[in-house]
Write a protein that binds this ligand. Sequence first.
Ligand SMILES: [Zn+2]
Length: 101
Amino acid sequence: MQTQQGQAQPPSAPASGPNPLCEVGRNHPRDRHRMKPLADHPGVWECPRHDLFARVVDKETADELARGDRYPMHNGQEGVVVGTGGERHGGVLLYYRPQDG
Ligand SMILES: [Zn+2]
């Protein structure tokens, strides 16, 4: 059987996995709830209750980012890093929210 070295793997679709827990819920076990995939931005989840977003980034990127760092959001707005979550296939969950005043 022929191996297909060098062939790019198909892009993984992080949004196809289980929806991640909201960052707020991770810190408050009594308020655990999951985020919802954003229809317009595959691979991005949102928590409308907390105005929070999450997406998967590489581990290196996650390591460089800390809470409060600026992070450009999926829609081009300025965002702020809230924290990183558990590992997912393909990377690490990064939580962020829009920057406001
Ligand atoms: Zn939430």
